[in-house]
Design a protein around this ligand. Sequence first.
Ligand SMILES: O=C(O)CCC(=O)C(=O)O
Ligand SMILES: [Fe+2]
Length: 466
Amino acid sequence: MDAFVTRKKRKASLERAASPSSEESTDVKLAILSSLHPGVDQEMLLDILLAHDGNVEATSQTLRTRVPKKSGTGNAVAAQSSLRSFAVTSAGSDSSPLSKRAKLLSRKGATLHLFDPVDISEHTPCTIIHNFLPAEEANSLLRELLEESKSFEKMTFKLFDNVVSSLHTSSFYVGSYKELQAQKHEYVYNGSRMTDVRTLTPQLERVKSRVQEAVNGEIQERIRTHYGGKKLKYQSPGPWTPNAAFVNCYNGPQENVGWHSDQLTYLGPHPIIGSLSLGVTREFRVRRMIPQDDDEPNSNNPDMTGQIAIHLPHNSLLVMHADMQEEWKHSVSPAQAIGPHPVAGNRRLNVTYRHYREGFHPRNTPPCPCGVPAVLRVVTKKRENWGRYFWMCHAGNVPGKEACEFFRWAEFDEDGNPLGGETRQGGRDEVIRGDGVKEYGVSGGEREKGDWVNEAGKEKKKKEDE
Ligand SMILES: O=C(O)CCC(=O)C(=O)O
Ligand SMILES: [Fe+2]
């Protein structure tokens, strides 16, 4: 117990001592180390990272030379011990002690496991619909995506001299060839162009319509039951109309996604995401971000806030509502063991339907002097400016890259459309590079540049605010 408490304290002190966006960077560091050393479990990674005062390269060097690899994980399929036992204790009937609402609140350092749609709706910014599609339709989509996923790839990015990659594979689907071209040549993700973009298959299109209808119903219900009958400020009004889908494949219990919020840059503030799970049941964890004052210890790590595990069975639709991305983080945690699915074996396929808003196309958002679209973020750490949106240099999102000075508080109309007319009133340059790639940037327009780039000192502040 003492050792556990000490470890938590050490993690908190590491995060205080590290860079201003320290909590994020510890998560990123762990993700990088997981990617470089997939055989070593997270606890050990954290311990060794702590022993090296947060230095990723030194940790990696120690791991390369001194730490034996875990055995017996990989793709082995074992009994779904943890999920089954939780399923028994939280069956959701009112006679079950766990179902007593008062006991459901998540606590510091604990994980609360939720299965029941009523509990999920009450305690998280999500709602869930079990057995969403007719069984045969779900299996048929699953079979198609299993085939598609054979050519999915891990997402990679560069850090120092290493290329690190995600632990799972994915691909991105859009509605038309035109949108596909735009995604490949106009949008930027973590400083890179997306190379694997596909058009929605007829099945993904059909399911999209069903998801759209169900999600719009859930949105109205959420507004009625949680937002006092009125959409959130900046939430897009009118029906949600998804036009893209990320498809993720998790092959085996160790493939996971670390803590993150989905990027707001192209979706705008308070986006809504419809997430369909197929195949193996996995845990989708959520935790609330807590604002803190300068002198408070870092309260935004999972050890300190407590987390909620939402169990996502085959053919369930999870709706991430408008308050999710700005106020909560989510992850798909590695599993001790998983129960094989009759069609998918040890794989889980996940489709997240999203709405890319025209107002957030890179041509419509503030130009960063770097020539790469700025990213939209929100203050999630400091109490001061909590919930305020800002545009910043994309490199602030790319580990190991130096961000330029660009920073600007974001302004929206009531419905979340970006304000800041300068760029949209013809001042914006579209540069067609030699290779035909379109970039939206500033080519020497001093006034415009001055309009968007904040005076010295703001860049530092933005990092601290975050
Ligand atoms: O697999 C999931 O359920 C969620 C994946 C996710 O968080 C994402 O694609 O952003
Ligand atoms: Fe996500």
